[in-house]
Design a protein around this ligand. Structure first.
Ligand code: UT7
Length: 325
C-alpha cells in the first residue's frame, strides 16, 4: 500500500511592521529614490509588505509560523520527527534555521536542516519531506518557508527594493494511507545564476562582493512564465491528471502578471489562483505557504480539493507539488 504525505495543519506569520507602497515610496524619496504606488501596483500587483524588527531573525518568523501550524494540527512539537526549512536568509551562516526552530519549539533529537533553493525553497523542502515520509524515515514533518529579504535589499535600487518582504509559512505533513501529495517535480539550471543572486559572501572576517540582491527582472520574468507551465504539466502527467482537475493554483507570489499568465496557460480562471502578493510582496520561500495558509484559514481551500503549488527562483530553480488537500 502506498504511503502518502497529507497536510494536517498550516500556519503563517508576517512581522508587525507593515509598509504600504505609499509608505515605502515616502521613505525612499528621502534618499532620492523615486517610485510610486501606481508603478508598483501596475507592474507587480504588490500593495504592501512587512519588514521584520531589528531583533527578529529568520528563525523567529519560522517559529511563529510553526507554532500556528502545530496548533492547527493539534500536535505538540515533540510529535514532530523531521524539520525542514526552505530559506536563503538564515540567522547565521550556520547552524541552520531548522535547528534553531527545533530548539525554540522546545524539542530535540529529530533531524533538522535547511534547504537553499531561494524562491523554490518551500517546494524543494516539501518534496524532500514527502520522499522521507514515503520511505518511512519520517512520520510527521514540519516544513517551513521563511525569509527576511529586507536584510539583503539595496534600498537605492528601485528595480528590486519595492518587490520583496519578510514572512514565514509552515505545514505539518503526516504519513497516511489516504491521498495527500500526489506528485512532485523539481528542476534547476545553474547557468542562470547571475540573473538573480546575492553575490557577496563572508570571507576571512569580512564581506567579499556586494551583499545585496541583484536581479535582471525581465530575464527572470520570461523564464518564470515558461517553466511554471512546464512543471505544472509534469506533475499533472505523473499523477495522471489534467489541468481541469486543479481546484486551486498556489504559485510563488512574486508578480501578479506571472501568476495570471500561468493560470491562462493552464486554462484556469483567475479566481482559482490564490493571490496574496498584494499583501506581502515577494517573500521568496515563504510565499507559497503564506498563500496556502491564507486560503485554508479563509475557507476557500476545502478538504478533498486538488492543489497545484509551484515555485520558481534564483539558481535558477523551479518545481511543483500536486496534492489532494
Ligand atoms: O522571486 C523570484 C522571481 N522574481 C520575479 O518573478 C521577478 C520577475 N520580474 C518582474 O516581476 C518584472 O520584470 C519587474 C516588476 C521586476 C519589472 O517590471 P518590468 O515591466 O519588466 O519593468 P522594467 O524593468 O522594464 O522597467 C520599466 C521602467 C524603467 O524605466 P524606463 O527605462 O522605461 O524609463 C525602469 O527604470 O520602469 C522603471 N522602474 C521603476 N519606476 C518606478 C523600475 N523600477 C521602478 C520603480 N518605480 N520601483
Amino acid at each position: 500500500m502506498r504511503i502518502y504525505s497529507r497536510i494536517i495543519g498550516t500556519g503563517s506569520y508576517l512581522p508587525e511592521k507593515r509598509l504600504t507602497n505609499a509608505d515605502l515610496a515616502a521613505e525612499l524619496a528621502q534618499q532620492g529614490v523615486e517610485t510610486s504606488d501606481d508603478w508598483i501596483v501596475e507592474r507587480t500587483g504588490i500593495r504592501a509588505r512587512h519588514f521584520a524588527a531589528d531583533n527578529q531573525g529568520c528563525s523567529d518568523l519560522a517559529t511563529e509560523a510553526a507554532r500556528k501550524a502545530l496548533n492547527a494540527a493539534g500536535l505538540a512539537a515533540s510529535d514532530i520527527d523531521l524539520i525542514i526549512v526552505g530559506t536563503s536568509t538564515p540567522d547565521m551562516v550556520f547552524p541552520s534555521v531548522a535547528t534553531m526552530v527545533q530548539h525554540k519549539l522546545g524539542t530535540a533529537g529529530c533531524p533538522a536542516f535547511d534547504v537553499q533553493a531561494v524562491c523554490s525553497g518551500f517546494i524543494y523542502a516539501l518534496t524532500i519531506a514527502d520522499a522521507m515520509i514515503q520511505t518511512g524515515s519520517a512520520k510527521r514533518a514540519l516544513v517551513i518557508g521563511a525569509e527576511i529579504f529586507s536584510r539583503i535589499l539595496d534600498f537605492k535600487d528601485r528595480t528590486t527594493c519595492v518587490l520583496f518582504g519578510d514572512g514565514a509559512g509552515a505545514v505539518i505533513l503526516e504519513a497516511s494511507d489516504q491521498p495527500g501529495i500526489l506528485a512532485t517535480d523539481l528542476h534547476a539550471d545553474g547557468k542562470y545564476k547571475d540573473i538573480l543572486c546575492v553575490p557577496g559572501h563572508v570571507n576571512r572576517g569580512g564581506i567579499l562582493g556586494d551583499p545585496v540582491l541583484k536581479m535582471d527582472g525581465q530575464a527572470v520574468f520570461k523564464l518564470a512564465v515558461g517553466v511554471l507551465e512546464e512543471t505544472a504539466r509534469a506533475s499533472l502527467a505523473k499523477a495522471n491528471l489534467t489541468d481541469a482537475d486543479i481546484d486551486w493554483l498556489i504559485p510563488h507570489q512574486a508578480n501578479i502578471r506571472i501568476m495570471q499568465s500561468t493560470a491562462k496557460k493552464l486554462k484556469m480562471s483567475p479566481d482559482k489562483v490564490v493571490v496574496t502578493v498584494d499583501q506581502h510582496g515577494n517573500t521568496s520561500a515563504a510565499s507559497i505557504p503564506l498563500a496556502l495558509d491564507t486560503a485554508v484559514r479563509d475557507g476557500r481551500i476545502q478538504r478533498g480539493q486538488t492543489l497545484m503549488l509551484e515555485g520558481v527562483g534564483g539558481g535558477f530553480t523551479w518545481g511543483s507539488v500536486l496534492l489532494r488537500y
